[in-house]
Ligand binder design. Structure first.
Ligand code: NAP
Ligand code: 8YV
Length: 316
């Protein structure tokens, strides 16, 4: 039996799978988290978390061996620090590709057809008073630039090709096995595209890379979709571009300071908002939870972690 710290309240099936074989300590239930942590710190070898484990937490646990994080994005886990302490960190890749890609495609269609706007229009009884709303835009034949052609980005590309979209991508390097047009400059790609979809990791390296210049290049007929992290866009610049009409439309699943969405953004008509729902289906969340539990079970059975993050790939 191993002592595992539950940093956050995780899905019951994760807790049940772990509790059948190990001892769980629930940090999220403690009134005094610091005192609780001190009382169990020496015993803890595993951590299960909803995407957060900073250097302070890692250093507070001298016998820590593994951090299993729920979610593929691990910008809230200090993986480099974990690796420097020989602690292995895992995430939940691949099992969520389909649903997150579906969210991106839904946002593309929702924005191009002004679905949320006309839904509000119909619901408010404006149709009978004002007549038909203005025409929307087709997606067939339109150019989509993907910022981050990784596991999910490729799935988005494949799905949007079925709708007749023409795909391009930007990343740190060109992928030899991909036929899509590669742009080494994000602004250039935005200028050439009708849609820009962000699906790269969050964190310092991508902080604010979708800035005012990129949004202006996308232009008044352009649409920005973010299913990556809110840190990837400059939120003030995004609000300004949408409000002034320099950018046509946005579909956002992620925000800079979740769960807060700025009032100014919520007030705009030319934006569709989702409360970070990319992977939020019963099926996908169950699969993500299974992977969190199975990573811990496999590791503490001596069979190794299943999906270590890149920084920890060499740790056994
Ligand atoms: P992935 O397979 O690692 O793909 C990431 C892609 O981003 C790669 O193509 C990579 O290409 C590119 N990239 C990395 N760093 C970059 C940089 N500094 N500048 C430009 N491009 C960069 O990851 P994934 O599984 O597809 O997931 C991607 C992200 O989606 C996650 O990290 C998470 O933040 C987000 N996500 C959101 C939700 C949601 O609910 N909205 C759900 C799941 C995931 P290069 O290496 O060539 O740069
Ligand atoms: C989850 C995500 O909503 O996997 C990710 O990176 O952003 C989403 O799947 C999140 O991890 C739940 O906390």
């Amino acid at each position: 039996m191993t002592d595992i710290l539950l940093v956050s309240n995780m899905m019951p099936h994760i807790q049940e799978a772990l509790e059948a074989r190990h001892t769980l300590h629930r940090l999220y239930e403690a009134d005094d988290r610091q005192a609780f942590l001190s009382s169990v710190a020496d015993r803890i070898e595993g951590v299960a978390t909803m995407g957060k484990a900073d250097a302070g937490l890692i250093d507070a646990l001298p016998n820590l061996k593994m951090i299993a994080s729920f979610g593929v994005g691990y910008d809230g886990v200090d993986a480099a620090h974990a690796a420097s302490r020989n602690v292995i960190a895992t995430n939940t890749p691949d099992v969520l590709n389909d649903d997150v890609a579906n969210m991106a495609v839904t946002l593309v269609l929702t924005c191009s057809r002004r679905f949320s706007e006309w839904e509000r229009f119909a619901r408010a009884g404006r149709w009978e008073k004002e007549g038909d709303p203005p025409l929307a835009r087709a997606v067939n034949g339109r150019k989509v630039g993907i910022l981050g052609l990784g596991r999910i980005g490729k799935d988005i590309a494949r799905k949007l090709e079925v709708f007749g979209c023409v795909i391009a991508y930007h990343g740190r390097s060109q992928q030899a096995d991909q036929a899509y047009a590669f742009y080494d400059d994000l602004t250039d790609m935005a200028r050439d595209c009708d849609f820009l979809i962000a699906i790269c990791p969050g964190g310092e390296a991508t902080k604010g890379i979708v800035n005012g210049q990129v949004l202006e290049a996308l232009g008044p007929d352009g649409t920005f979709i973010n299913v990556a992290r809110g840190s990837v866009h400059d939120e003030d610049a995004l609000i300004e571009a949408l409000a002034s009409g320099k950018l046509g439309y946005a579909g956002l699943d992620v925000f800079a300071a979740e769960p807060k969405i700025p009032e100014k953004l919520r007030a705009l008509d030319n934006v569709t908002l989702q409360p970070h729902q990319g992977s939020a289906t019963v099926e996908t969340r169950r699969a993500m939870g299974d992977l969190v539990a199975n990573n811990l079970l496999s590791f503490f059975d001596g069979k190794g972690a299943i999906t270590p993050v890149a920084e920890c790939a060499d740790i056994r």
